[in-house]
Ligand binder design. Sequence first.
Ligand code: ADP
Length: 497
Amino acid sequence: MQETTGQTSGDGRTTGTARILAMVAMIVAYAAAGAFFRGVLKTDYLWSHLGYVPIVFACAWWGMRGIAVVPILAAVNVPICLAWGPGGGWWSVAGRAAAFLLAGICVGVVSERFAAERAARKACEDFYRALSDKAIVGIAVCRRGEIIIANPRLCAMLGRDVRELIGRKISDFLDSRDATAVGGMLEGIARDAGAEVRCECRLRRGDGSLVWADVGIAPFSSGDRDGLLFCAYDITARKEAEAKRVELTEIARRQEDILVHSTRLAELGEMAAAIAHELNQPLTGIRNYAKNAAFMLEKGAGSREEMAENLRQISAQVDRAARIIGQMRDLTRRRERQFAPVDVNAAVRESIEFLMPQFRLTGVEVGMELGRDVPKIMGDRIRLEQVFLNLLTNARQAMEESEERKLKVVTRSEPGDVPLVAIEITDTGRGFGEAERAKMFTPFYTTKKPGQGTGLGLSISLRIVRDHGGTISAEGRPGRGATFTVRLPAAPGEEKS
Ligand code: ADP
């Protein structure tokens, strides 16, 4: 850049010197023509007009400064007039000098205006070139499908020299996966001249690697020039971050599924005693009815109808045991999230039924007030049941040391801008203070004995409820029980369950 400037000023000096020499030659020629015309031809015709030639050149080259030649030319007249007498008198000499001055001023003004316009145009071009050079977007101008201008940012994005871009087509640099889509857009622009298009696409760099770009293509026309303006903003970093985030979200989701599953298994482990107790009842029934039927057969006692009744009872007890085992299997099964309309009352009822053996075993009195007008919600029923099971189990465990063991479960609809369904679980357990309340939703916070609590139940429940667009709040007082309230948005268009 600096080298170019030095050359330009050197060229300027050479031109300046050549012009001065040319000017001296023209003045000398004017003087010689004066001597020849006045001395030999004895006439003023023609030579007096020759003076305008150096004036026009001087003012075209140097603007108003060129007027400096006017007094020199006027002075040339003096010795000629003294030698051969003034042609039209001294007044005519003075008039010629005034005409020279007028011509010089006119040419000087016009030439300076041209020079100012040229300078302004150049400054404007330099400004737009600097903008294009410093732009943080890659810019190319295409005419008849070929690139005719490319800025440095586009060259850097594509990892190519500007000479490798000029004359090529934009489509030469598109990744094959995006070529069809972008080609279709370019055709759209060709059909509808005013259209502008924008898309995210992959461009191929010189070294074969890919760069993601947010591309805008717009037709333009300026004077007699028209073509396509192509702007590309490098979004590779954003695209990579997005891909990473999706990958991490998927990993987090899988981890959470595993955690939910593990806490469920932990709960089941804790419930083993209650389940054994629950299964014991149908098994005892089956044994008694079977013994009874065998006795009747051996001794020939009892009617056919009594024997059939025993067998029916055995079948009913088998069904009951199968139901308990089925529920356990459902609870332990790991599965993908499935969102569908959920009847909250039914989910709450099922969760309570599932834990009923434990409630019975530990003497917990369960009260239910399930609202009739509770709308359905959109959610994953199994995951929501996991939340209810966790809150109900926590409530039961919190009442282990209490004399009064009352559990109350209420569901109701809460109208509003976003209609909600509230599920309230209140216990008469040990409760908690403000400090504990602030910590209980953080993972691994537990006050339970080692082996009894993982400290994950509430944090997982909170995640599940938030996944459903809902909230969980906890209220309690030390020694005075606790209330946990889950609020979930009603499914759109659902009025009643
Ligand atoms: P975990 O039950 O494995 O300890 P949670 O995240 O479910 O883990 O609960 C964290 C803690 O919150 C419990 O250890 C307990 O101290 C407190 N907590 C939860 N529910 C209740 C409740 N109903 N009453 C009193 N404290 C509770």
